[in-house]
Design a protein. Sequence first.
Length: 265
Amino acid sequence: MSQHTPDWLLERIALGELPPEELAAARARLAEEPGGLERLAKLESDDGATLAKLPPAQVAAEVARRRRVVEAARPVQSPRRWLPALALGVPVVAGLAALMISSQRELPEEPRQQQAVLLETTRTKGLEPRLLIHRQRRGEPEPLADSVQARPGDVLQLSYVSAGKRYGAVLSIDGRGAVTLHSPDVSTGSLELKGGTVSLASAYELDDAPSFERFFFVTSEALFDVNALLESARALAQDSEAARREPLPLPASLSQTSVTLEKAP
């Protein structure tokens, strides 16, 4: 009979706060629990919404206050159609959100023996990389599922859950066949992924391209060529129906997941 993963450990799994080997073991054990992955997905979605709704002024003030304990990230340049909604960079925002979220939920200290039992060495299974999209509203950020309708001018916050993958990129194809690289911000940028739920550095505004916008999250255990990935996306984008429904033509070493938003006229 599997042991119930306590909330304090679930929090650390979602935020990627454990060493890599312990994180893999904890995720694997969670996958064996009834409803374990559902608990994790809900927590990651909540954390993603928290990241999406942090006001820039609040983030800046908190970074200044905690600058001795939060590592500074390098500046990120915003490409066209990007909004500086979270312009402090992924490591700072993700780390700051983790501090804010953690401060709202006190984590009780657990005996070493219990942690050792929960983190027994086993292979990670049942948890896959995921792409999360929240539409920014005046109230709470709205999570968007696959095939949900969106409109030109909608401001989206993209987040990912790496699920232990080391490298990755986020891109999109729209109804005109245009391909946009979202992460890294340039093709020469770092592909290294962070643990937990990570929001991209800037929000993204949908333009008036018709029909759909499809977002892809491509991951790998090894470094890969972003320019080759973009070429594969451009090849798929030549056929609008294929771009809406078919996977990217990628080598077996790369994994992919996608979310398609239907564009309202």
